[in-house]
Design a protein around this ligand. Structure first.
Ligand code: GLN
Ligand code: ZN
Length: 769
């Protein structure tokens, strides 16, 4: 085909759409079902109507081929587990008794059985349920959900393309089932899994599918030759099937790298590539394999996981280059639109001048359609859209929100010295010991105390105007008094104020920093029925006034013991927000870091001797490809040091991390140059303490001895045992005693009992030293 005819055939498509509905109808229906207030029939009817209206919206917007099967009651990886019959033994009875209840039992557990483990979907903030497989796993095909949803679309008279998690990614995301040796590799089950995919493909063909999309995002990560071989075999075998739809193998979130030649040679009819962040690499790799003659190329040129309008002209030029490289070029968003909110039109509080810089799922859909139209009919057909797009981009680039000269000048003037404490760690540690006068094995907590219903009600009352600011602040003060007096009575050494004023550890700061935007309806699925509204890093970041000093000082005024100041670090502020796409992440991180540096300085000036800067997201933000990690860690650790290096040697900087394993970033943790780190460790029996020791980590550390993810109260003996285990790796002079994480999700009764036991354990073990 010539580039011209490839253009003439261009179609618009997407891989998936937000599931929740405009008013989070799906969340309400599912949670109502769990509580017994919504019947199964009503739940299924709500879901079917949401699917119908999503598809209709997409088609009305001009999407030529709508996705099906991307909808989910909880998670699409769990749906795949059902599709291939890999239900864990412990859930079998529940699934056999009732498919819907069994499904939710796998997702959430029941009184009797634990749920599947949940973990992050690549480097997004979406969580999937981890398949549990073993040598005994028997796969059986169940194509019901996929076939039903395809038929729904066909009945609407639409062209539809079922979207499935591909077999290689499914296996690479799985883990050994309980009781199966930890070194079992699920990928060894590929030969057993492929016939099941073959059956599903045949069913979809019979139901009327012309194309089926198989998502293989795992292939954008570094893969061993054996894994690439498995991918090669999988698509050779699926390609060789006679009774099947055309296959589109989709990649997203990064470049395909070594997997690109593998897929290019495979007997599949189409490949989808991410041309947003990975554009240059994918283009080069495509050219190197001589393009995709005879294949359909789906070009993800509209960023599916960020909230900014596309640069249409730039995308058209990328698409123009691609036209010479494939038989047919289609236009798409880079990944499922599940990762962005639904519609900017719902945001009534955002300045319309700024709103036009933003693009949520509906707007992205329109962008994809415009680009496809530009390809087919020429740019003359979309002059209106191009002009509006140019104007919006120019308004963003030229806005004082986007570029604050004072912030930029300050960020540029940062020197190495600004990111370095005035004394090396060993000297500081001595100064801090003298200044703080803490016992061996000092006890502390991670920051938050239970966020009680009263606190939530107070916040709701404030925003509804039922109480005024003074009334709200009185309630916060009362809470702080209680938290401080409990900690004093219990004998905790370094106190916290309990964070009662914070709705969320990122949002609280985002609301106070200039340059951040909040949305009213910008819900994005985090997992299951949990939706979050990430704030948007829209412009240059500055701090008009102190954000936490009042509350920390108030807490300190109530006690002679040190009260820790509590901040969210720059990397986490980026990781749990939508980030700017018009400058490197490191530049944004540096601006946030400078704002935090001022806050740290103000806390110190107000008499705070211990300041904790939380970075739970440091590990999870690590790039998917190893080659990109050093650059990331360089800016990430520098941003942390910029935030924290302005203090006196005798001011103690703490950091905190959780939600991950840290064995592979101990060097980076050391590079933070914090004085003390607290880490999640209770469930892994202090594994992280051994990892720190193995890397010769020289600083103080508090591996958690209280698993706060469970309402269970650890006994003093249990906590003491964990401490003794910790002492084998970290000497007493450097070991802290603390829970795994903040206590905001816990209730007061178990918090009280657990912290009392934790202090008892510390005293017992001190007595043995
Ligand atoms: N300081 C925060 C808290 O205690 C830390 C939360 C986190 O690590 N996710 O809640
Ligand atoms: Zn934590």
């Amino acid at each position: 085909m010539t580039p011209k005819s490839a253009a003439a055939a261009a179609r618009a498509t997407v891989y998936g759409y937000p599931r929740q509905g405009p008013n989070r109808e799906l969340k309400k229906a599912i949670e109502g079902y769990w509580k017994g207030r919504v019947t199964a029939d009503a739940l299924h009817a709500t879901a079917a109507e949401l699917r119908r209206s999503n598809r209709q919206q997409l088609a009305d917007a001009g999407i030529h081929e709508v996705p099906t099967g991307d909808f989910s009651y909880y998670d699409h990886v769990l749906d795949t587990t059902v599709m291939v019959g890999a239900v864990p033994e412990r859930h079998r009875a529940a699934v056999d008794a009732d498919a819907t209840d069994g499904y939710f039992a796998m997702a959430r557990g029941t009184q009797e059985v634990a749920p599947l483990e949940m973990t992050k979907w690549f480097d997004t903030n979406y969580h999937y349920l981890v398949p549990e497989l073993g040598p005994g796993t028997v796969f059986t095909a169940d194509s019901t959900k996929q076939v039903t949803e395809l038929k729904e679309a066909l009945a609407q008279g639409l062209t539809a393309r079922p979207v499935l998690v591909g077999p290689v990614t499914y296996l690479l995301l799985a883990k050994p089932a309980p009781g199966v040796p930890a070194d079992f590799e699920p990928l060894t089950l590929l030969d057993r899994l492929l016939p099941v995919y073959a059956e599903v493909l045949a069913d979809l063909r019979a139901a009327g599918a012309d194309w089926v999309q198989l998502d293989e995002p795992a292939l954008v990560q570094d893969r061993t030759p054996a894994e690439l071989n498995a991918a090669e075999r999988a698509y050779r075998e699926l390609g060789a099937l006679t009774d099947r739809p055309k296959l589109l193998v989709a990649s997203y979130f990064d470049r395909l790298g070594d997997a690109l030649p593998v897929l290019a040679k495979a007997p599949v009819e189409g490949i989808a590539l991410d041309f947003t962040e990975a554009a240059a690499d994918n283009l080069e790799a495509l050219a190197a394999v001589g393009g995709l003659p005879g294949k359909r190329l789906v070009a993800g040129v509209v960023n599916g996981r960020n909230v900014w309008i596309n640069d249409l002209q730039k995308s058209l030029s990328t698409l123009g280059t691609l036209l010479g490289l494939a038989d047919r070029v289609d236009v798409a968003a880079s990944c499922s639109l599940l990762h962005v909110p639904l519609d900017t039109a719902a945001e009534k509080d955002i300045d319309p001048q700024i709103l036009r810089w933003l693009s949520f799922a509906r707007q992205k859909t329109a962008e994809v359609v415009t680009l496809a139209e530009g390809l087919v009919r020429g740019t003359d057909a979309i002059t209106g859209e191009l002009a509006a797009n140019r104007a919006a981009l120019a308004s963003r680039a030229g806005s004082p929100i986007t570029r604050d000269p004072a912030v930029r000048a300050r960020a540029e003037a940062v020197t190495d010295a600004d990111a370095r404490r005035s004394q090396p760690y060993a000297e500081r540690a001595a100064a801090q010991r003298a200044h703080l006068g803490l016992p061996l094995l000092p006890t502390t907590t991670i920051g938050s105390f239970p966020q009680t219903t009263e606190l939530r009600t107070a916040r709701a009352d404030l925003s509804a105007g039922r109480i005024d600011t003074a009334g709200y602040e009185e309630r916060i003060k009362t809470e702080i008094q209680e938290v401080i007096s409990f900690q004093e009575k219990t004998g905790i050494d370094v106190l916290v104020h309990g964070e009662p004023e914070r709705n969320d550890m990122v949002q609280y700061f985002a609301e106070q920093l200039t340059g951040y935007l909040a949305t009213q309806h910008g819900w994005v699925q985090s997992y299951g029925t949990r939706y979050v509204r990430p704030p948007i890093l829209a412009g240059d970041i500055s701090r008009p006034e102190p954000m936490t000093v009042r509350w920390t000082s108030y807490a300190q005024s109530l006690s002679d013991r040190p009260v820790k100041g509590m901040l969210t670090g720059p990397v986490t502020m980026l990781a749990w927000s939508f980030v700017r796409d018009d400058q490197p992440l490191g530049d944004t991180a540096r601006q946030v870091a400078l704002a935090l540096r001022d806050e740290v300085g103000d806390l110190e000036a107000a008499g705070t001797s211990v300041i904790q800067v939380d970075e739970p997201a440091l590990r999870e933000t690590l790039p998917l490809r190893a080659a990109d990690r050093a650059a990331y860690l360089a800016w990430a650790t520098e941003a942390f040091r910029i935030s924290t290096s302005g203090v006196r040697p005798d001011t103690q900087i703490h950091t905190h991390m959780c939600y991950a394993e840290f064995g592979d970033i101990v060097r980076a943790i050391d590079d933070l140059d914090a004085d003390v780190i607290s880490l999640e460790a209770a469930r892994s029996h202090m594994q992280v303490a051994r990892e720190l020791a193995a890397h010769g980590y020289p600083r103080e550390a508090g591996p958690g001895v209280y698993d706060i993810h469970s309402p269970r109260v650890p006994s003093a003996d249990e906590a003491a045992d964990l401490l003794r285990t910790g002492l084998k790796a970290i000497p007493a002079e450097r070991l802290w005693v603390n829970p795994d994480c903040g206590l905001k999700t816990r209730g007061w009764p178990e918090t009280r009992a657990s912290l009392e036991n934790l202090v008892t354990a510390a005293r017992t073990v001190r007595g043995e030293l």
